[in-house]
Design a protein around this ligand. Sequence first.
Ligand code: AMP
Length: 108
Amino acid sequence: MTVFAKIIRGELPADKVFENERILVIKDIAPKAPVHLLFIPKEEVKDLQSLQDFSLVSEMVEIAQNLAKEMQIDQGYRFVSNIGPDGGQEVPHLHFHLLGGRVLGSIA
Ligand code: AMP
């Protein structure tokens, strides 16, 4: 079981920012920017490449827009999902990173 599955089940603590029936948003434990949130669907999906229910992504984008406004970083941020080991994914449970609060620069 992944660390995110344990957090969803309440078996591991997390700093929760938002939660509804399908999505959990927590603060990243090792933040790479002043704002670093993780958007985690409660459904166990390995990564974006194996996702079938695309409505999960639109729901996460809507929540990201709202949280970016609340946190006053809506002028610029990054919303990104790493896919597979080659894409830098460490936890094999679909999630998006929302990074902001500083100038992030080019991704590569
Ligand atoms: P990725 O490399 O895209 O799979 O991202 C995994 C992210 O999960 C990393 O940024 C980690 O810092 C973060 N992470 C790992 N364990 C925890 C945890 N227990 N609570 C919050 N974030 C975590």
